[in-house]
Design a protein around this ligand. Structure first.
Ligand code: SIN
Ligand code: FE
Length: 313
């Protein structure tokens, strides 16, 4: 197999709270942190009989890409209050199971896992396309425009709960480093004062670091390059109903091309909690660019020097 292609590794785990021996943890962590997708075809998320009614597109309000739940509010869904609270309970149960599974498989992560948004994606992946930037049928790595994460990892658990035997279909592409070496040189530096202005205007929650800027740049350049989309090394991966999968989606180049009814849990993981932080996108990008990408002090000096330069000329 092409060594620069994302690895897809199948595991036999069949419980949400598995017992995992330390040797297995070490090998799962290596695959995951090196940018692989861990696929658990025997781990289904079961719905109670009265929850199966949620397997219908009509629960989506049609405006948002997905139905999302942040632990208190459900967004993007429509229905009466009791239905919506039952749907929120279903998603909350998935969030708890997904987090428990990550903690059981990767005990080092357990105390550091920060549960972020959960989503239920009833609509077909191919029908959710908006602008090219939001088009997740194109290969990309995940990056949050409004929530800078300063190098923290985006760890996601997905489960296909499709009731019509339809697979979730992804394409996965090159390893992060190969993709980043191609696109990082095309990403412009941040303008002096840009991070400050974005935060002051509440475009971003907190300061966007050079790292966040670079990740958004990689996301956009990869999606905008149609030659790359068609010609880069890639493979299709099909996730059958009843399958769960895990990946660092800030590292795995992925595209969702088909399938409906998916549950997804986003978890943020601080870099020091990784088994090998040197494998993180931040470390890779700092090696490629030769500079620190999350230092607030560095950004301050860069801004000051650039403003001084502009005033001088
Ligand atoms: C994505 O994260 O790009 C989409 C994943 C999916 O909906 O299958
Ligand atoms: Fe994505």
């Amino acid at each position: 197999m092409n060594p620069s292609l994302t690895r897809v590794v199948t595991l036999g785990i069949a419980e949400w709270r598995p017992r995992v021996n330390p040797d297995d943890t070490a090998s799962f962590a290596r695959e995951l942190e090196e940018g692989g997708v861990l696929v658990l075809p025997r781990l289904a998320f079961d719905l109670a009989d009265d929850e199966k009614r949620f397997l219908h597109e009509s629960w989506s309000d049609g405006r948002a890409k997905n139905i999302s739940y942040d632990g208190s509010a459900l967004k993007g869904a429509q229905g009466d209050a009791s239905d919506l609270s039952a749907l929120a309970r279903l998603i909350a149960r998935f969030a708890a199971d997904a987090t428990a599974m990550l903690g059981a498989m990767f005990p080092r992560y357990a105390p550091h896992l920060k549960r972020a948004r959960s989503s239920f994606r009833p609509r077909n992946a191919a029908s959710r396309v908006g602008s090219w930037r939001k088009d997740d049928t194109r290969l990309h790595v995940d990056a949050f425009p409004s929530r800078p994460n300063q190098g923290e990892r985006i760890l996601r658990v997905f489960c296909n709960i499709n009731p019509h035997r339809e697979d979730r279909v992804w394409r996965v592409g090159e390893t992060f480093e190969t993709m980043a070496r191609r696109f990082a040189p095309r990403v412009r530096r941040m303008y002096p004062g840009e991070a400050f202005t974005l935060a002051a205007l509440h475009v971003t929650r907190g300061r966007r670091s050079e790292y966040d800027h670079m990740m958004l740049g990689l996301h956009d350049h990869a999606k905008a390059d149609l030659v790359y989309q068609h010609q880069c090394p890639q493979r299709e991966v099909r996730f059958a109903p009843g399958t769960t999968w895990i990946c660092f989606s800030d590292q795995v180049t992925h595209a969702a091309t088909a399938g409906s009814f998916l549950l997804e849990q986003t978890t943020l993981l601080p870099l020091p909690a990784m088994y090998a932080p040197a494998r993180s996108p931040l470390a890779v990008l700092e090696r490629i660019t030769g500079r620190a990408l999350t230092s607030a002090l560095g950004a301050f000096f860069y801004d000051t020097a650039m403003i001084g330069y502009c005033v001088a000329i």
